[in-house]
Ligand binder design. Sequence first.
Ligand code: IMP
Ligand code: MG
Length: 184
Amino acid sequence: MFSENMKDDIERVLLCEEDIQKIVTDLGKKISEDYKGKNLVLVSVLKGSVVFMADLMRAIDIPCSIDFMVVSSYGSGTSSSGVVKIIKDLDLNLDGLDLLIVEDILDTGRTLASLIEILKMRNPSSVKICTFLDKPDRRIADIEADYIGAKVPDEFVVGYGLDYDERFRNLPYVGVVKPEVYGA
Ligand code: IMP
Ligand code: MG
């Protein structure tokens, strides 16, 4: 059962709003330096990365374009199915572009591993990954992010775009949900 006030369902805050702001500013600076003179396109994998994407693109001060993709790998539960399907494809032609995939969290890595194979076939100049959160203990696929906001322990986290059963995406910080919320 969910509480009426979202925040009452949070057991612990992992990253507060200030932490997140610093993470995003630092990533934006680094990406702006690394991609100077290149054809940067930020590709957000919806829906989880929408909040991170919106902040990150404004922390980047070089020209870039953006695009969005919807990929399905999860149902409404908390574990990966390993099956990846493109629900909404990109609008841009990637030929000659420097692609930076913007993700909310790199967990087993199965979603991104399959996605990257598909995108590489489209002839981009380069493909890299920027993930807001990384859960390295859970990795199954052979994949690592090039830019990582923060590492988190093997716990299910919500907020700042990340959901549990489509809830908590609008929480402005990252936290762990109380066990009783998952119960029954
Ligand atoms: P992967 O294929 O296991 O790496 O799954 C990655 C996707 O699973 C992420 O983009 C999230 O949408 C979802 N996910 C994985 N771990 C969490 C979590 O702790 N909270 C919320 N969503 C998660
Ligand atoms: Mg996601």
